[in-house]
Ligand binder design. Structure first.
Ligand SMILES: [Fe+2]
Ligand SMILES: [Fe+2]
Length: 147
């Protein structure tokens, strides 16, 4: 038996890995939903407030899609937790969001590349494309603040 690995062992290890990645993604989306609500309230003008609320809507969709995948894999609903604390000032919040969005792009692409299921891979790639777009918007807001 030593060094011998069954197909089932390998499959369940991959499933466990995906479930842990989904938990991280779900908590990240959940945290962003709360944080962006706060940032929208702090926004200096109506245009930025609306822009951030639109970004927040994307995060709600990502959250729902990942929760759906999680539930279909595990048979239970996810228990989302806020994992990152949201900065108190608008400037710090936008800077934090910009960095968090970029890190999330890398994480989602990594998950998409490592997963066998094509619909799961597609869900992560689509979310990654949205996060990339969010990062650009937050950078634009950040540049405006520093000017
Ligand atoms: Fe997202
Ligand atoms: Fe995002």
């Amino acid at each position: 038996m030593y060094g011998y690995e069954t197909y089932e062992d390998d499959w369940s290890r991959q499933q466990n890995k995906l479930v842990r990645q989904l938990e991280k993604a779900i908590n990240g989306e959940y945290s962003a939903i709360q944080c962006y609500e706060k940032l929208a309230e702090l926004a200096p003008d109506e245009k930025q407030r609306k822009g951030i609320m639109e970004i927040r809507e994307d995060e709600v969709k990502h959250f729902q899609r990942f929760a759906q995948i999680y539930t279909s894999l595990t048979g239970v609903q996810p228990q989302p937790k806020v994992t990152a604390s949201c900065p108190e000032s608008y400037r710090d919040g936008v800077e934090f969001a910009f960095q968090d969005e970029q890190e999330t792009v890398d994480f989602y692409r990594e998950v998409a590349d490592g997963v066998a299921d094509r619909s799961v891979s597609k869900a992560f790639n689509r979310a990654a494309a949205d996060e990339q777009n969010h990062a650009v918007w937050f950078l634009y807001y950040l540049v405006g603040l520093k000017g």
